[in-house]
Design a protein around this ligand. Structure first.
Ligand SMILES: Nc1ncnc2c1ncn2[C@@H]1O[C@H](COP(=O)(O)OP(=O)(O)OP(=O)(O)O)[C@@H](O)[C@H]1O
Length: 294
C-alpha cells in the first residue's frame, strides 16, 4: 500500500480466522489504521489482494456491509441527534438490508445497557463526554450484530470501569456469538486481556504474530522466580522457570515460602520485538528521536 510514492505497507500477508480476537499493535504510523481501512473497504490497495468474508471489501454491497461492524478512530458526526433515536435509526437501516438467516439487530435498550449508556438515552450526542461518545461509537459498530467487528482504538478516553466492561463485552461477543474482532490499541494490558492473537506491525511489516504466551517465548524473555527461604528473600531470572522450580522445591530441607513466578509482560515483549526490528532495519533510535523532535 502506497500513499503517493510512499510505501506504508510492505508485503503484508495476513489471514484471520472466524472467531479470533486479534489485536493489532505497533508504533504510531506503523500502518495499523491503513490495514484496517483496507479491510473495511474504505481504501483500495495499490497492489495485492484483500478478501473479507469471501469478498473484495472495496466492491462488496449492502449484504456484506450488514455483516461487518466498524468503529473508526475518530467519528465526530451526528452531533444534533439524541443517543436512543440515533441507534434506532441505525438498527432500522440494518434491519432493512438484513439477508435471510441473519440475526435481527440489537434491541436499542439492551445495547445501551451493554455499553453503559442507558442513562444517556435521551441526551444529545454533542453533550456526551469523550468516553461516553466512544461508547456510542462502539454501540453503532455493534447494533447490526456483526459477524466481524473492526475497532480502531476503541477504548481511548474510557474510565477504568468502562474499560473493564468493554473487555467483558468483547470476550462475550467472541465466546457466545463467535464474532471475529480485529482491534488496534496502544494499551498492551488491554491486548493481553482480550486478544487470542497479537500482531505487531512496525513500519508496514508484521514483526510478530502469536498468542501473548507465544510472543513472550519468541522474544526469549526470562521469567523471574522470587521466593523466601529461612525468612530471606531470593530472586532468580531464568528462561525455564518450570525446570528451575522443580529443582528448587526438590532440594532436601528446603523451607520455601512466598513463592512467585513473574513471566515477561507483553510490554517487555513488545519493546524487545520492536527494538529487534529497528536494529535489523538499521534504525538508530537516537536519530529517530531527533527526527521526531524536529
Ligand atoms: N491519507 C494519507 N495520505 C498520506 N499518508 C498517509 C495517509 N494516511 C496515513 N498516512 C501515512 O501512512 C503511515 C501509516 O499511517 P497509519 O494511520 O496507518 O498508522 P497507525 O499505525 O494507525 O498510526 P497511529 O498509531 O498513530 O494511529 C503514516 O506514516 C502516515 O503518515
Amino acid at each position: 500500500m502506497r500513499y503517493g510514492a510512499r510505501e506504508v505497507l510492505a508485503g503484508l500477508d495476513l489471514r484471520i480466522h472466524r472467531g479470533e480476537v486479534v489485536a493489532l499493535l505497533g508504533p504510531n504510523g506503523a500502518g495499523k489504521t491503513t490495514t484496517i481501512e483496507l479491510l473495511e473497504g474504505f481504501r483500495r490497495p495499490t497492489s495485492g489482494t484483500v478478501r473479507v468474508l469471501g469478498e473484495d471489501p472495496a466492491r462488496a454491497g449492502d449484504d456484506w456491509r450488514a455483516r461487518v461492524g466498524v468503529v473508526l478512530q475518530s467519528w465526530r458526526d451526528h452531533a444534533r441527534w439524541k443517543v436512543g433515536p440515533l441507534l434506532e435509526q441505525f438498527a432500522a437501516l440494518y434491519a432493512g438490508v438484513r439477508a435471510a438467516g441473519r440475526p435481527a439487530p440489537y434491541d436499542v435498550d439492551e445495547l445501551l445497557g451493554l455499553v453503559g449508556l442507558a442513562a444517556q438515552r435521551g441526551a444529545l450526542v454533542k453533550s456526551l463526554s469523550g468516553g461516553q461518545r466512544r461508547r456510542l461509537d462502539v454501540a453503532i459498530g455493534l447494533v447490526g450484530r456483526p459477524e466481524l467487528l473492526f475497532l480502531d482504538e476503541p477504548t481511548v478516553g474510557f474510565d477504568p470501569v468502562a474499560r473493564h466492561d468493554f473487555h467483558e463485552l468483547v470476550n462475550s461477543l467472541s465466546d457466545f456469538d463467535e464474532t471475529t474482532v480485529l482491534l488496534t490499541t496502544h494499551d498492551l494490558a488491554e491486548a493481553e486481556k482480550i486478544a487470542s492473537r497479537i500482531l505487531i506491525l512496525d513500519r508496514g511489516r508484521i514483526v510478530a504474530d502469536g498468542s501473548p504466551i507465544e510472543l513472550s517465548r519468541q522474544a526469549a524473555g526470562e521469567s523471574e522466580v522470587a521466593w523466601r527461604e529461612g525468612g530471606r528473600p531470593h530472586v532468580h531470572a531464568t528462561a525455564d522457570p518450570v525446570a528451575f522450580l522443580r529443582e528448587l522445591l526438590a532440594r532436601p530441607g528446603a523451607e520455601i515460602t512466598e513463592l512467585q513466578v513473574r513471566a515477561q509482560t507483553l510490554e517487555e515483549t513488545y519493546l524487545a520485538m520492536v527494538a529487534r526490528h529497528d536494529e535489523a532495519a538499521g534504525v538508530d533510535s537516537a536519530a529517530a528521536e531527533g527526527e521526531m523532535r524536529r
